[in-house]
Design a protein around this ligand. Sequence first.
Ligand code: GLN
Length: 472
Amino acid sequence: MGISELASISITEAARKLGAKEISALDLVRACLKNIEVRDKSLNAYLEVFDDVEAQAKKADERRAKGESHPLLGIPFAIKDNILIKGRRAGAASKILEGYVASYDATVIKKLKDAGAIFLGRTNMDEFAHGSSTENSAYGPTKNPFDEERVPGGSSGGSAAALAAHMALGSLGTDTGGSIREPASFCGLVGLKPTYGAVSRSGLIAMGSSLDQAGPLTKTVADAELIFNTIKGEDPLDSTSIGEHTYAKKSAGRRIGVPRRLFVEGVDQDVLKNFETSLERLKKKGYEIVDIALPSASLALAVYYIVMPAEVSTNLARFDGVRYGLSLKGTSLYEDYAKTRGEGFGPEVRRRVMLGTYVLSAGYYDAYYGKATIARKQLAAEVTRVLEEVDCIANPTTPTPAFKIGEKSDPLSMYLADIFTVTANLTGNPAISIPMGSVTRDGKELPVGIQFTAAHGDEAALFAAGKALEEK
Ligand code: GLN
């Protein structure tokens, strides 16, 4: 049985067809369900496919018949397992949340529901979003649709694989250090990490609260823009969320800065070749490419792997066997906690909680967390300064194409995959990954992405650069 082509179109194209009554939402979900049946047994992108998707589609078709016309009305989405949908299981791919059912909608979900989107199911991820490959899931790894021996990236790997294999038309991920952009790069998709605060974090299972943002994975830049415009906005439920007018509008300029000195080591030569070709194409579209220096960016990974675990250790303290999910009994309250957390959390999560409590502990706070905070400020100032001179910063999203499942068993080598993505989270800037062609490995074409970073609130510059690259 082949896959259904209907689910391979963009959201924008599907919205046009729905509007013209060429297809129904029911046709779209049936196409996705068929592709799930054909491919998901081996890809493992979905942790659960909801049993009411056809009913949701019928409702969307009824809303359209009554005159509603939002472009997301009737569009089937795959949702990462750390985003709450009221009445559904949510587990961040962790055993510790076994049996937990969400009691409210995340704000992003509420906004998609209002628009009429359909939720196909919840997607696999690295446990609590800790990882770059989706191998850290408690429910087995997700495979890359372009080569099933390879990872789809992470931590939003399930959302990326579901979309790349045409098992959804759009998906939501979360990005704390690259978890939307890296899987987008590995799966040939567009992935947007919005400006910190642009999208409400209410109803996301928190990882690093000063770093997390939810955002879209899509097939086209226009689709990412559409979803971003639907989910963004100030939210009384998230005090860090910001409104439309927080940042001054920038003029839509066409200067792109490239921090070439950061690419001297560890970046795959074929990835670099694709990157240079993409810059040439942007030049032809009227973009000016200039060299920039970002000296503190070489510290970004070290800073991230101090700040992030510190916040992880704090956020994950709530999983104690009393409030949510798994609850194991010992002979004392302390033992209840130790047993639940020891058995409920996987090895990477435990590693991060230990690292986090260490860098925050009285004796080491100044040496690690305090220093990292200073370096983070310096990095943010540097990025802001550069973005006064250029409209976007460009670099490869990842130093390599998708790696093999099991290849990065050493956690430090896995952390290196985030070298170009963590900066935007530390500084709060918006960043996007756009497909920039593919490289051949073992006879297979593996997609790779280019990342653009813009000033706070200037997602428009990212969409403009992305569209320029997308045009043939
Ligand atoms: N790969 C990074 C990490 O392991 C980023 C994760 C994320 O963005 N959620 O922390």
